[in-house]
Design a protein around this ligand. Sequence first.
Ligand code: SPV
Ligand code: MG
Length: 431
Amino acid sequence: MKSVYACFSTDVIHEGHLHIIQEAQAYGELTIGVLTDEALIKFDRFPTITFDERFQMMQKLDGVAHVVAQSTVSYTENLQKLKPDYVIHGDNWKTNEQKIIRDNVLKVLSTWGGQLIEVPYTRTEKVQHIDKVMHDKLAMPEFRRKRLRQLLQLRPIVKALEVHSGITALIAEKTIVQNKEELDQFDAMWISSLCDSTAKGKPDIELVDMSSRIRTIDDVMDVSTKPIILDGDTGGLIEHFVYNVRTLERLGVSAIIIEDKTGLKKNSLFGNDVEQTQDSIAHFCEKIQAGKQAQLSEDFMIIARIESLILEKGIADALQRAYAYVAAGADGIMIHSRQKTPDEIFAFCDAFRQKDKNTPIVVVPTSYHSVLEEQLAAHGINIVIYANQLTRSAFPAMQETAASILKHHRAKEADAQLMSIKDIITLIDEM
Ligand code: SPV
Ligand code: MG
């Protein structure tokens, strides 16, 4: 009897999957590979049921002889182990971002004369509806809020991209790239105070108030499913912070990062060029404790941001604060630096990890941008935030276009750099 292999990443079995299973029967005995959570989140959306549930769901299906785990987006490992005569898949992957996976399957199969069977992809109204329901479920507060904690368990390093509007949220949500034999995407979104303020043409001094920040959060949430980390600046007055924690939690935000500064907040990247005052350890701990007491769910995270390195107070001060903030209940710490190299960040993390193996560490490599994610992970860092790159790429592009129109008294010269009208009007999916 010949053997057939298919890989499924789905949470729901619909007619499309049943069609593939049925077609497979004509070729031989079917083994289904179920993508592990670690692999699935690089390739597709976050699962709404557990790996075990997905595995058992496949075992119950008629026409499925064996079920195995597939722990990489690439089929190579499982194919080399099973050496199937056939792989079966929907034909949609010929053109979408999965093409690299397909190309690789063909290459591996050819080494023992295996064949790829492609069946027409099922895109009925019912299938589309199921897809949409799964997508919308992920956007709901109860599902979204806990996802940052889930990702911390699944990812060697969680990658967050700055967003400040619906359109930037769509970019963070949908950008997926081919990386060697794998696919990859961002895990989370960072709503930066700098970029949220900049988008409104305002300075980053806590002038854009929480009501306005919530408006941005709402715009982002409307079009996305990924978890949100909010830049909460100083967190404001303790008496106000406790209310804001509840509001953010109810909205489905996963984490707020508050920084240990007081008085008129200025952007950290100014460093000591402007007057910035660090909060006392005791007062900042009080703020963390009050926030933790106010929150209702287990999911929400309050992350304490340490500004000691920004203010050139040294690693010993940063460490003392980190331990105090964790003892006060912080669910994570963010250590910030404006050096061109990651040396002081690494020195801090290595020292911190000697005593604390588990508290998540967050970093924002804006000035030390050469550092690779795997280097950060090797120093015990759990979350990397790309805090302002979308804003900084969009602004010069818009400025250049404006100048070109003025200079040439028409839009033609600018047009070559622009997205086509067709692409822009079809960019946004309609309900
Ligand atoms: C932000 O993105 O607003 C931040 C990070 O707080 S930084 O601008 O580097 O201070
Ligand atoms: Mg900020």
